[in-house]
Design a protein around this ligand. Structure first.
Ligand SMILES: Nc1ncnc2c1ncn2[C@@H]1O[C@H](COP(=O)(O)OP(=O)(O)OP(=O)(O)O)[C@@H](O)[C@H]1O
Ligand SMILES: [Mg+2]
Length: 453
């Protein structure tokens, strides 16, 4: 990404001097002698960063800052001030300046500050693009909030769209937290039964006897506590759909009754004589290996085939890592709004951590992670410090992120830092891994200010 930097100063020497210096850093430089000219440029060209003197004839730096931050809030502005005008600088910060530098400008500091401002802008733009993508996806599938662009998720969505309008039973499989319930919702909402009842039963949450009466209802007096006749979930779901979550936890007696509903659409209430008939579409889900349960005699094979007319397998998050950034952006938006915080993005280190983590709890875990990060975040960007230690650390040990755009010295520092982490602080071991002497390592640790992390 090539950045363009606009330098605004009424003093020609300063303007051109700063421009030359920044040009060496590889930026495209635009120059303006006053605020009014600067605005003309900003309104007609893509400008990524503005560096503006505070005191200028005509439109002052202050005024320029105000106009830029309201019209182009993602364009950072760095303010230059003369000596003794710190108060105005503080005011500028309040008006939305990214930072300020006092004159005479230290070019090294300027260069660093510009780099920081631009990487911040890059992050904001990236996050905005992701948010737009999320919005597009949400709009495209008004039926469900299933977010994902990986080939695996596209496949899942395709199957959902295909199978939803039919009456076929669907078994949704996948690890805990992958989104099985969302898939079930989508199937019902995309079917022509969407205006009819959609009844959900969490089969593992009920004891065996309770589950039977919950599903099929009971007659008054059929067991202690059955003080009145009660209709079951299958009756309530009549003409609609039923979602049997954790179907693998259902006992043999109930398995037989469900099988009969699937085969004949018929059942009796617990303790009842009358045979009832229902028209219910059955969607079920499990994170168990039902094939194994069949082999071991815990689950009926005939029921399995009736439930599993169509299988939707939702892959774990670690197998579709390209969805992580998109999901994180969606959750960030959701929880920023909920918590009234304006978080503009996730910094590159935190992003790498999210990417490298294996997410055993899948999307539920990612969602919780982003929620707590939003709550904990002190700034307007999520950093590794805001992430749970398990997430923040996993990426550290074996990985070192070195991207184009950093100096050789910075790269060396990263390598040493990563290796020290990997060696858990053991300097002899780190030196050995790095193939240098202990003394050299010590010197470099001092040089790079690598205190124990
Ligand atoms: N593709 C997705 N897009 C957006 N949110 C998702 C997605 N998948 C899952 N979620 C969210 O993650 C959480 C867990 O999803 P869900 O309850 O559907 O998982 P599950 O597979 O049923 O898990 P379990 O086996 O533990 O019941 C929910 O808050 C859900 O909204
Ligand atoms: Mg579930």
């Amino acid at each position: 990404m090539e950045f363009s930097v606009l330098v605004v100063d009424d003093e020609k020497n300063i303007r051109e001097g700063l421009g030359k210096a920044l040009e060496l850093d590889g930026y495209t430089i635009l120059l303006a002698a006053d605020g009014k000219k600067a605005l003309e440029i900003i309104n007609t060209t893509d400008v990524d960063l503005v560096i503006a003197d505070l005191k200028m004839p005509g439109l002052s730096g202050q005024e320029l800052l105000k106009q830029v931050s309201s019209a182009y809030p993602t364009v950072p502005v760095i303010i230059l001030t003369g000596h003794g005008t710190i108060e105005t600088a503080v005011e500028a910060m309040r008006d939305g300046a990214f930072d300020f530098l006092t004159k005479p400008v230290n070019l090294d500091r300027l260069s660093l500050l510009v780099k920081r401002a631009l990487s911040n802008r890059k992050l904001v733009l990236e996050h905005r693009a992701l948010k737009e993508e999320v919005a597009k996806i949400e709009q495209k599938q008004k039926f469900a909030n299933i977010i994902g662009k990986s080939p695996q998720m596209k496949k899942v969505l395709e199957v959902i769209e295909q199978v939803a309008p039919t009456r076929a039973s669907v078994l949704i499989t996948g690890e805990s937290g992958v989104g099985k319930e969302l898939v079930a919702d989508a199937i019902h909402n995309l079917s022509d039964r969407k205006e009819r009842p959609f009844i959900k039963v969490h089969c593992a949450a009920l004891t065996e006897t309770l589950l039977e009466s919950e599903l099929f209802g009971h007659e008054k007096g059929s067991f202690t506590g059955a003080v009145a006749t009660k209709r079951g979930r299958f009756e309530l779901a009549n003409s609609g759909s039923i979602f049997l979550d954790e179907i693998g936890e259902v006992n043999q007696a109930v398995q037989i009754k469900i099988l009969r509903v699937l085969q004949e659409k018929k059942f009796e209430r617990v303790g009842g004589e009358e045979t009832l008939e229902v028209d219910v579409r059955i969607v079920s889900a499990t994170n168990r290996d039902l094939k194994k349960d069949i082999q071991e005699g815990r689950f009926r094979e005939d029921l399995f085939y009736r439930l599993n007319v169509v299988n939707v397998n939702v892959p774990p998050l670690r197998e579709r890592k390209e969805d992580i950034a998109l999901l994180a952006a969606a959750f960030l938006k959701e929880f920023s709004e909920e918590n009234g915080k304006e978080i503009v993005g996730i910094d590159p280190k935190a992003k790498t951590a999210l990417y490298n983590y294996s997410w055993p709890g899948n999307i539920r875990e990612l969602r919780n992670c982003i929620e707590s990060a939003v709550v904990l975040a002190k700034g307007n960007v999520i950093t590794p410090m805001d992430l749970p230690p398990s997430v923040a650390n996993e990426s550290e040990g074996d990985y070192i992120k070195i991207s184009v755009g950093i100096t050789l010295a910075e790269a060396e520092k990263e390598i040493i830092r990563g290796t020290l982490n990997y060696a858990k602080g053991n300097k002899s071991k780190a030196a050995e891994v790095l193939g240098i002497g202990r003394k050299t390592l010590h010197r470099k640790i001092q040089e790079y200010n690598l205190v124990e992390e």
